[in-house]
Design a protein. Structure first.
Length: 535
């Protein structure tokens, strides 16, 4: 059996049987006077005692506003303390928090509000070019389940917290007593080949244990202060970040509402952070910042890098110049809560840059033949599958899609091509799906193609990823125009997408074609589009 691409993660630390609320109670009891949360931009700070009290107040406010167990509460906001409060308050009362990407435009927002049946939405007022109130007003009539919206920094937020007086702590405790750690607690949307996002449903048990396990791998204690520039709406921020941190009594440090390299380095220096998270492009931006050497980063010891492969030279600089000798690489997907494999603190540079680590404790991974499902010998490429506590409950109200992703043996099929080496470390070598990974964001071509088909000048379109020095991959739209004499321009295409698609999904390149290269069976050869037109 040792020659097969199968590995089971063992560990001395048992899985947690807590709900997120009970786990937070333990942290508040143990670390009440220690700092739990720091928002550098606003200067606000929370001890565990104050954080626990504010979570309870918001939980009571949500209950007073009619939020029942299982109701969906949307959070559409940039990184801020209120995001974290909503995460823990909804978990405390058994509501299902639905993460909404702050970059979403009207088209995407309307879909998620409707598909998840969100009854209460908590949102930022604005961010960059997005006026969230205007976008909500634009789609609200099409979302009959949505009964209330509360904007952070607005009187409507204050009304929500003020309503807490109508609900007692005993009523919250009674609600908590009804909760199981296996209850659904979170929906995170991840695009797929169907053209619209799918909502991965995650339980307390899924995400609390995965966050805790990630924190164990980097040896978090109450002494750690973790700088989180990664977005909370991703598992990277809210699970590998927030839950890993609070389950160890450490401190969450929010450097800015969105990623700004100077703000990140300033936060590490000011707050004496011991850990820093990011996708490789974030670390590249930080290292390339003018005046980088002037920041005191000597407090750092570890951190987590995920989202896409890390170049060897970048990793060398992160270790040497950012003092992150114990930095860890993680691999996973939203549907697996998210981490399945992770490098260890004592792994050498080759394992950190050439692999995505080995299987996490209490999980199983295997590499199979994508056609037959048979486990392959080590060293042979195939589809990576994961099984264990981390596998999602399913896609929200999409049983057919769930059955396509999770087989009868409860193995989650990742769609990634991988090789398991003889030493058990896993290398990702490609993707079965045509996912484009742009700066750590997963971009699914079918979703963009479906939208671009509605452009009046486009007869047919194929979207592919092409190599890009800054983002790893960039988005190229290959278009057959309706009228060859009047093809769309790149500027027209960007303008058309601007109000409806998140910025990271907007094509940065355009090729006008007469026809697409096809296989004998009539399928478009995307490989040729990348090779022939992506240069």
């Amino acid at each position: 059996m040792s020659g097969l691409s199968y590995a089971h993660g063992t560990g001395d630390t048992p899985l947690l049987g807590d709900t997120i609320g009970r786990n937070l109670d333990r942290a508040v009891e143990a670390f009440g006077e220690r700092e739990a949360l720091v928002d550098v931009a606003s200067g606000r700070r929370w001890t565990y005692a104050r954080f626990g009290a504010d979570v309870d107040e918001l939980a009571r406010g949500l209950m007073a506003s009619g939020v029942a167990k299982g109701d969906r509460v949307g959070i559409w906001a940039v990184n801020c303390p209120e995001w974290v409060l909503v995460q823990y308050a909804t978990a405390r009362i058994g509501a299902v928090m639905v993460n909404i990407n702050p970059a979403y435009r009207a088209h995407e927002l309307q879909y998620v509000l409707g598909q998840a049946g969100i009854s209460v939405l908590i949102a930022s007022l604005a961010h960059r070019t997005s006026d969230y109130r205007a976008l909500v007003d634009q789609v609200r009539a099409e979302c009959p389940a949505l009964r209330s919206v509360h904007y952070i920094g607005d009187p409507s937020w204050d009304e929500l917290t003020a309503a807490s007086g109508a609900v007692t702590r005993e009523q919250v405790a009674a609600r908590e007593a009804e909760l199981s750690c296996d209850d659904p607690i979170n929906i995170q949307y991840t695009s797929g080949t169907t053209g619209f996002p799918k909502g991965a449903v995650l339980s307390h048990h899924n995400i609390l244990n995965n966050g805790y396990s990630v924190g164990e791998m980097v040896a978090y204690t109450e002494q750690d202060r973790v700088c989180l520039p990664v977005p909370f709406y991703h598992c990277f921020g809210m699970v590998m970040g927030n839950l890993a941190i609070t389950s160890h009594g450490a401190c969450v440090v929010i450097p800015a509402p969105a990623f700004e390299p100077a703000a990140v380095l300033a936060a590490v220096q000011q707050e004496r952070c011991t850990s820093l998270y990011g996708v490789p492009t974030m670390f590249i931006a930080e290292l390339g910042l003018p005046g980088f050497a002037s920041y005191d980063l000597s407090s750092l010891r570890t951190g987590i890098m995920a989202g896409s492969p890390c170049p060897v030279e970048v990793m060398k600089r992160v270790v040497a110049e950012m003092h992150m000798e114990e930095v860890s690489i993680c691999y996973g997907m939203t549907e697996t809560s998210p981490v399945s494999t992770q490098t260890r603190m004592d792994d050498d540079l080759e394992r950190r840059t050439g692999t995505v680590g080995r299987v996490m404790p209490h999980l199983e991974v295997k590499v199979v033949d994508p056609v037959t499902g048979v486990t392959l010998p080590r060293g042979e490429p195939g589809e990576l599958c994961t099984r264990g506590y981390s596998v999602m409950l399913g896609y929200w109200e999409q049983p057919e899609r769930t059955a396509e992703a999770i087989d009868a043996g409860r193995w989650m099929h990742t769609g990634d091509l991988a090789v398991m080496r003889e030493d058990g470390y896993v290398q990702i070598v490609g993707r079965i799906k045509d996912v484009i990974i742009r700066g750590g964001e997963n971009v699914y071509p079918r979703e963009i193609e479906e939208f671009l088909y509605s452009h009046p000048k486009i007869a047919d379109v194929q979207v592919v990823g092409v190599p890009d020095a800054r983002y790893g991959e960039e988005i190229l739209a290959c278009v057959i125009p309706r009228d060859p004499a009047d093809p769309p321009t790149l500027e027209e295409l960007k303008a058309y997408c601007h109000e409806q698609l998140a910025h990271f999904k907007i094509p940065r390149g355009l090729r006008i074609l007469d026809a697409f290269p096809m296989t004998v069976s009539g399928k478009v050869r995307k490989v040729e589009l990348r090779e022939g037109y992506g240069a």
